[in-house]
Ligand binder design. Structure first.
Ligand code: PGA
Length: 258
């Protein structure tokens, strides 16, 4: 575990025995709403085996870190980082500055970044390297589009997205997020999730956990958490309201204690 952060933070060493409930706030949470989220949080303790994290936008990270307070019940993650270490890259945010803000996780290759920023495998690979160097744990996201699923190419697409990890030697968390399920209200069925997770876990070396994401909500979170090969959830829309998010965290805790 040498070099990985959170030594002074919550103990986040990725493994498949813990449950990870991560909230990706995208560009959807105002400062005020973020303050209310933490003010209304009812989770006071770090529960062994349950890792909760929030991924606010860059501008909110410093404040989020302060709002989490000394208990550090929530870890703070970033939604992206530059693939460069430092230098003349106007508008980009380095892994090092994220680290200085107390960020301990960072999404890499979220489908919204892959699409909008035309991320290439080379750039994703460089991001993994700069994060590893800074001691930030990457949450590497993969997933197929609707057309790719309909044409029976899911395994091929996921394998090619996983190629980037072949040269990466650090720790990581993986998230399977079918693009057609993100923000659409469509969730993959339990059998689709189980099958796809089994496929990914077979491809993936190491003890790394695999989260599911894509229209997770209060109504389906418990079922998804019960699927074999699901070690947690990456939640967009349903992570914005603290009562919903923390109920889902409660489901994760129950599933750990079962
Ligand atoms: P969603 O987003 O839960 O709103 O579908 C998930 C994600 O993009 O991580």
């Amino acid at each position: 575990m040498a070099g990985w952060l959170r030594k002074q933070d919550v103990n986040l060493s990725p493994n498949r025995q813990s449950k990870y409930i991560f909230g990706n706030w995208k560009m959807s949470q105002s400062f005020e709403a973020m303050r209310s989220f933490f003010a209304d949080s009812t989770r006071q303790n770090v529960d062994p085996g349950l890792e909760m994290a929030i991924f606010p936008s860059f501008t909110h990270l410093g404040e989020a870190r302060k709002l989490v307070g000394p208990q550090k019940v929530y870890a703070i993650g970033a939604q992206d980082c530059s693939d460069e270490k430092n230098g003349a890259f106007t508008g980009e945010v380095s892994a090092q500055s994220l680290k200085e803000l107390g960020v301990c996780l960072c999404l890499v290759g979220h489908s919204e970044r892959r699409q909008r920023a035309n991320e290439t495998p080379q750039s994703l690979s460089k991001k993994l390297a700069v994060l590893q160097e800074c001691g930030i744990l990457p949450v590497f996201c993969i997933g197929e589009s609707r057309a790719e699923r309909e044409s029976g190419r899911v395994d091929e697409i996921l394998s090619s997205q996983l190629e980037v990890l072949k040269t990466y030697r650090g720790q990581l968390i993986l998230a399977y997020e079918p693009v057609w399920a993100i923000g659409t209200g469509l969730t993959a069925s339990a059998s689709q999730i189980q099958e796809t997770h089994a496929y990914i876990l077979k491809q993936l070396g190491g003890p790394w956990p695999l989260l599911y994401g894509g229209s997770v909500k209060l109504e389906n979170a418990q079922e998804i958490l019960g699927i074999e090969g699901v070690h947690g959830l990456l939640i967009g829309g349903a992570s914005l309201k603290v009562n919903v998010f923390e109920k889902i965290c409660g489901f994760a805790l129950e599933s750990l204690n079962r």
